[in-house]
Design a binder for this molecule. Structure first.
Ligand code: F6R
Length: 243
């Protein structure tokens, strides 16, 4: 797309169509959601579709990709706060259908919690669609370089570049948590459909490596090349280095 606005509207309409198709069959739509700047326009359009065109989220179940660890849900930087502010508080989703990794757990409970997160996705029928952004390290979710294609939901260390990029939200780099809970690459690629968003020139280099480079854990997003139904939605700036 020429602009990120046009791309975001296209993606929101794809999601709305999925929700409506499931509704028509009396089924739930299971969505994997992302935070960060990339999906904001998508959420804005989904809110508009809810307010102005009667799109209901009553049959929608969501699983967010990740959360900082440790993190309290009421902190401004939490992904719980973000999702409520950008989407959940403005639509008719049932609170019990919203799932976001819990950054408040004591460390000894984290492993079992992460395993249960993956099991719950399966129990809901698996992800119909996973929305992704991409980090400059090539991360999807917080699967930093070195993440295996089969990785599952777990506690990870953030890459120094990711911490630098997150500093704008935390005032100072030293306030950024060093760790996060994230769905694994294997969790993500089990989704039946994936849409990766990339806007702006800052994503051009990593997008080229993701789409045209070697499939490798050095760029975890490159594993998406092996997924049968992934679309990469870009604006003209993110596409600058594609051949
Ligand atoms: C967020 C997430 C991350 C971001 C990525 C890009 O839930 O999983 O992978 O999608 O860091 O962030 P933005 O969109 O802010 O450039």
């Amino acid at each position: 797309f020429e602009t990120s606005q046009e791309g975001a509207i296209y993606v929101a309409h794809e999601i709305a169509e999925l929700i409506r198709a499931k509704q028509a069959k009396g089924k739930q739509a299971v969505l994997g959601l992302a935070t960060g700047s990339s999906p904001i326009g998508v959420y804005q359009e989904l809110v508009r579709l809810h307010r102005e065109e009667g799109l209901s989220f009553q049959n929608v179940v969501t699983f967010n990709l990740d959360e900082y660890y440790p993190m309290q849900p009421d902190e401004l930087q939490s992904y719980v706060y973000f999702m409520h502010e950008q989407l959940f508080d403005h639509v008719d989703i049932r609170p019990e259908n919203v799932h976001i990794p819990d950054g408040t757990l004591p460390i000894e409970q984290v492993k079992a919690y992460c395993q249960a997160y993956d099991k719950l996705i399966e129990a809901c029928g698996g992800l119909d669609l996973q929305l992704l952004g991409i980090g400059r390290t090539g991360h999807i979710g917080f699967n930093e370089p070195g993440s295996a294609s089969t990785s599952t939901t777990r506690l990870v260390k953030l890459d120094p570049l990711t911490i630098t990029d997150a500093a704008k939200d935390f005032i100072k780099e030293e306030y950024v948590p060093l760790r996060a809970l994230t769905m694994g690459v294997g969790t993500i690629t089990k989704a039946r459909q994936i849409i990766l968003l990339a806007w702006g020139e800052g994503k051009a280099k990593i997008l080229k490596e993701t789409v045209e480079g070697k499939i490798s854990d050095a760029v975890p997003a490159s594993f998406l090349q092996q997924h049968p139904h992934t679309r990469v939605v870009v604006d003209q700036w993110a596409a600058l280095e594609l051949t």
